[in-house]
Design a protein around this ligand. Structure first.
Ligand code: CIZ
Ligand code: SF4
Length: 305
């Protein structure tokens, strides 16, 4: 409505006046993605933060994304419009979980999904995102004992795909868990021409029904390159904005009506406005943790490129 229009104008003015670079995730609300300087997955967001043209970065995403920017850019000011936008999967793993495993298997390699707190990255060997996990795992020695944290479904999907044993932690994403096999089968029957594109955070029985399994970026690229005109999408609904923008002639159907991440959606225009107005809330990672987490993240960037 009109109020949003005015708010967007105010945000764009503040962003320009204060030279703030806004980075948003594909799962953000449409209006937030529309006003961002950069939209991407968490890997691309990390690179964008490193290459930010401004010294103040506002991260529209959940806490681990803002922390990642703070870890990689110690000389920049990183803001979050909503410090309580957390990720339940990331919050489910602790430093102690990793240290216990390491104690048992000191020679193991701990691969942490980007969905982890900075202090967990700090005790991990290498970080990965869903767009580069397979590539990174393939570069590890064949005989290495690998502990993949925290997403059990992404971990076991990768183990199957790469044909290697991987120990996995037992957390998962409640949003991606909303897709039921029964409903997906119904949709496939209703739309027989549709290609099914799903995120590896989904349950294995959902992944098994997919034509393509991949990250948000992977899903976007697949949809754009595909000859097909209709797709069933198994990831958070925010992706529909970029899918639709890039493919105005194609139809996208969500695999569940509950593919809404409440934490991602807790970032609103109002909160972005206040964040820019008061340059709050600043995300600070204690230097001792930051320096160690940076090693895992920089290693990811090196191995993924
Ligand atoms: O890595 C990310 O950005 C997430 C959370 C999902 C994806 O597949 O891109
Ligand atoms: Fe975490 Fe799932 Fe939300 Fe992604 S969609 S931020 S994994 S809860």
């Amino acid at each position: 409505g009109l109020r949003d229009e005015l708010l967007i104008q105010d945000i764009l003015r503040l962003k320009r006046d204060k030279s703030v670079y806004i980075i948003a995730h594909y799962y953000q609300r449409e209006e937030i993605q529309a006003l961002a300087d950069f939209v991407g997955d968490s890997y691309a967001m990390a690179i964008a933060a490193k290459n930010s043209p401004h010294d103040i970065i506002l991260v529209a995403g959940v806490d681990f994304m803002a922390e990642t920017a703070a870890v990689l850019c110690p000389d920049k000011i990183v803001l979050t419009p909503e410090p309580e936008a957390t990720c339940p999967m990331a919050s489910n793993i602790s430093v102690n979980d990793v240290l216990c495993y390491k104690k048992k298997y000191p020679e193991s390699i701990v691969v942490c999904y980007v969905n982890t707190p900075a202090e967990v990255k700090a005790v991990s060997d290498i970080c990965c995102t869903s767009s580069n996990a397979a590539k990174i795992l393939q570069k590890l020695p064949d005989n290495a004992k690998v502990f993949f944290i925290p997403d059990q479904y992404l971990g076991s999907y990768l183990a199957g795909k790469l044909g290697r044993h991987i120990d996995v932690f037992s957390a998962s994403c409640p949003t991606h868990a909303s897709i039921s096999e029964e409903h997906l089968l119904q949709l496939k029957e209703q739309f027989p021409d549709a290609k099914v594109l799903v995120h590896p955070e989904c349950y294995p029985e959902i992944v098994a029904l997919a034509d393509y399994v991949g990250s948000t970026k992977g899903i976007l690229d697949y949809a754009t390159q595909s000859e097909s005109k209709i797709f069933i999408i198994g990831t958070e609904c925010g992706i529909l904005y970029s899918l639709g923008n890039n493919n105005p002639d194609k139809t996208f159907i969500l695999a569940s009506e509950e593919l809404i991440c409440p934490n991602m959606k807790s970032i609103t225009l109002d909160k972005v406005f206040y964040s820019l107005q008061y340059l709050q809330t600043r995300v600070v990672v204690p230097e001792e943790i930051r320096a160690k987490a940076a090693i895992a993240l920089e290693r990811m960037i090196e191995y993924a490129s």
